[in-house]
Design a protein around this ligand. Structure first.
Ligand code: GLU
Length: 377
């Protein structure tokens, strides 16, 4: 049974495993201290989910904000990458202690996992993280996941825990993700506009939905905002995972949102098989291939990407790396693992199959990206 309403998030049948993402602005007050009373109530909610048989993974931000306060760093530790790395290093210890202490009050074991973008992007490392999560959940522990910010670099990082939460949900085989926000959910226009209305259900993220999100983060403490929540919803919906954005500022945010059905629920649009869903959720493409209209139509029908349909090659990439396939306006329509490096792609660009052997000096592969290694977005 698939999840069709916020109430289903409380059902052990429909929602056996779920990821709860807690952002910095909810976890840490303006003075840089943990909001322990609020967290105590949230953990009580998590404990009741566990008690009714649901498996819960927490994705927790707050390391940078907590550490910055301890080290006296300006701009909440986000003035430079070096500051963020140092702050996270100090803050993560406190964060782990906090979750451990709060969960222990309910006889639950906290299990810390720190991941980098590469841990989720590289298939073997992703499978490794996935089996660790699964074993921990089988053992009854509550994994508490964060990005390993003290070693993440600017180019190779999630930067926001919203997309990380969607990726972790895939790795944990979760049915749903709950993103705790500082507003009720996605509003159909700027939340400051008095006419703004809450969007309660989204059946597939479209350009109209993306346009509703502004990347503004109300507190300035986290780095997410609504834009990264929509990106997380896109990763989740393609993987067959429901994603809810609810207001975390209440005392018992999860049960209140479920009881009053206030929040935005993004319903899954398809359920790709495990490997394909991992591929579709990958974030860091090494380059892009622009394709023509005929090629876009062929891809939509399930064809592989042929060199003849490529009009432009950008980026530096090796064979086997992730590249995005974009239309003439630069909008990503698919992504996949390329059979050729960037230099060869540029040589083959626009060429028919029978012209390729001479250019390459050897027999060409059947496609630049085989359909089994590609996911439409
Ligand atoms: N991983 C960061 C931290 O622990 C937060 C990322 C975000 O703001 O979403 O502070």
């Amino acid at each position: 049974m698939i999840i069709a309403s916020l109430r289903d998030l409380a059902s052990t049948d429909q929602c056996r495993t779920l990821v709860v993402k807690v952002g910095s602005a909810l976890l840490v007050d303006q003075g840089g201290n943990p909001r322990e009373e609020w967290l105590t109530r949230l953990v009580a909610e998590i404990a009741s989910m566990r008690a009714r048989g649901q498996r819960v993974v927490i994705v927790s931000s707050g390391a940078i904000a907590l550490g910055a306060a301890r080290l006296g760093l300006e701009r909440g530790g986000r003035a430079s990458l070096a500051d963020a790395q140092a702050a996270a290093s100090v803050g993560q210890i406190g964060l782990a202690r906090l979750w451990d202490g709060l969960l222990a009050q309910h006889d639950l074991n906290a299990a810390q996992i720190l991941v980098t973008l590469g841990d989720m992007e590289e298939r073997s490392r992703y499978l490794n993280a996935s089996s660790t999560l699964s074993r921990l959940l089988d053992c009854g522990a509550v994994p508490v996941v964060n990005e390993n910010d003290s070693v993440a670099t600017e180019e190779i990082r999630f930067g926001d825990n919203d997309r990380l939460a969607a990726r972790v949900a895939q790795a944990a085989g979760a049915d749903a993700v709950i993103l705790l926000s500082d507003i009720d959910g996605l509003m159909d226009r700027d939340p400051a506009d008095p006419a703004a209305q809450l969007v309660q259900a989204v059946h597939g993220v479209t350009d109209d939905i993306r346009a509703m999100a502004t990347s503004r983060s109300a507190s300035g403490m986290g780095s997410g905002g609504m834009a990264s929540k929509i990106q997380a919803a896109e990763i989740a919906e393609r993987a067959g995972i429901a994603l809810a954005i609810i207001n975390g500022t209440q005392d018992t945010p999860i049960s209140s949102a479920i009881k009053n059905e206030i929040g935005t629920l993004f319903l899954p649009t398809r359920s790709d098989r495990a490997r394909r869903s991992w591929l579709g959720g990958r974030i860091a493409a090494a380059g892009s291939l622009t394709v023509d209209e005929g090629c876009i139509a062929a891809l939509a029908k399930g064809a592989s990407l042929l060199a003849a349909g490529i009009t432009k090659v950008e980026g530096t990439f090796e064979r086997g790396e992730l590249v995005s396939i974009v239309d003439g306006d630069g909008c990503a329509i698919a992504q996949g693992l390329t059979e050729y490096d960037a230099v060869s792609c540029a040589k083959l660009c626009g060429k028919r199959h029978d012209e390729q052997a001479e250019i390459l000096g050897h027999a060409p592969r059947s496609a630049v990206i085989h359909r089994d290694q590609m996911v439409l977005l």
